[in-house]
Design a protein around this ligand. Structure first.
Ligand code: AMP
Ligand code: MN
Ligand code: MN
Ligand code: MN
Length: 280
């Protein structure tokens, strides 16, 4: 079996359509996939029939933005009931916040003499989810920067001229949406939050108290110190372990769909909690 439980499509800030992503998954011989678009389940919904035709096990997924002690945190929800009203209302609220931020960023663009940025992005978003990656792409297209990374470093990250704050819901609230929809809450890329070890452990305690069950342990093909640290935490806290590439686009040569090291020894695989067993 080959599993990837974190990736993106054009339903959020990825560049492949859900169908193209399924084609790639089949090509990579992935057997169980969760599409986890930011603040929406549209990626899953659009891919559902096509995944079935291709005999690929598709798990309901989404990656939800929230906040904890001033940090923006991403929580992946897996195997949720996709039509749960509270979950869908929460996701919709987050997408609305994204649009409000997008108008603010567009104003900031105008102050930098970058006109018509939002108008250029609109056709790409299907009126659904808008993210900073969409702005990064315009900055690349207009030769302001050479790469996505540079767009964030020079313009879009905290402290830079196009940054606008979002008042995301709390970690506890978002975990509640997921568990209320009978899903599994997973802390996405826990090594990315630039927290001290103590602070990360405190967040894990709050996450577990709210009903969270798993940490994303494996994100890349090679084992790393971060990976070992997270694997140890799952054992210490009694959490399940997830694995996902966070794939966004084929041009990323260092990050591919399904390019993942096996779960470290002693980790409890999160897919043991899925309602239907994963394909062997
Ligand atoms: P948003 O949720 O719209 O605020 O944007 C967050 C997304 O931007 C992440 O999911 C990544 O896809 C992307 N991102 C964040 N930081 C960077 C970075 N430093 N370089 C490239 N992409 C980034
Ligand atoms: Mn993203
Ligand atoms: Mn993320
Ligand atoms: Mn992601």
């Amino acid at each position: 079996m080959k599993i990837d439980l974190h990736c993106h499509t054009t339903a959020s800030d990825g560049t492949l359509t859900p169908k193209q992503l399924i084609d790639l998954a089949v090509d990579q011989e992935i057997t169980t996939l969760a599409i986890t678009d930011h603040d929406t389940t549209a990626g899953y919904e659009q891919a559902y029939d096509y995944a079935k035709q291709n005999e690929l096990q598709l798990i309901v997924g989404t990656e939800i933005s929230c906040q904890w002690r001033g940090h923006t945190i991403h929580i992946v929800g897996l195997d949720c009931e996709v039509d749960n009203a509270v979950l869908q209302a929460g996701l919709k609220q987050n997408r609305l916040k994204r649009w409000q931020r997008a108008y603010q960023i567009d104003q900031k663009c105008k102050a930098l003499k970058l006109d018509g940025v939002l108008d250029e992005i609109m056709p790409l978003t299907e009126d659904e989810m808008i993210g900073r990656n969409h702005f990064a792409q315009v900055l690349i297209d207009r030769n302001k920067v050479k790469s996505q990374q540079q767009a964030f470093d020079k313009y879009l990250k905290k402290g830079k001229p196009l940054y606008a704050e979002v008042d995301w819901p709390s970690l506890q609230e978002v975990v509640g949406w997921i568990t209320g929809a009978k899903g599994i809450a997973v802390i996405a890329h826990p090594h990315q939050y630039k927290m001290t070890s103590n602070k990360l452990n405190k967040m894990i305690e709050d996450f577990m108290e709210a009903g969270g069950q798993a940490l994303e342990v494996v994100n890349q093909p090679r084992p790393s110190a971060d990976q070992i640290g997270m694997a140890e935490r799952t054992v210490r806290f009694g959490l399940y372990a997830s694995m996902g590439s966070d794939f966004h686009r084929p041009e990323h040569t260092w990050r591919g769909l399904g390019w993942l090291a096996p779960l470290p020894y002693k980790c409890q695989p999160v897919w043991q909690l899925f309602k239907s067993p994963v394909a062997p």
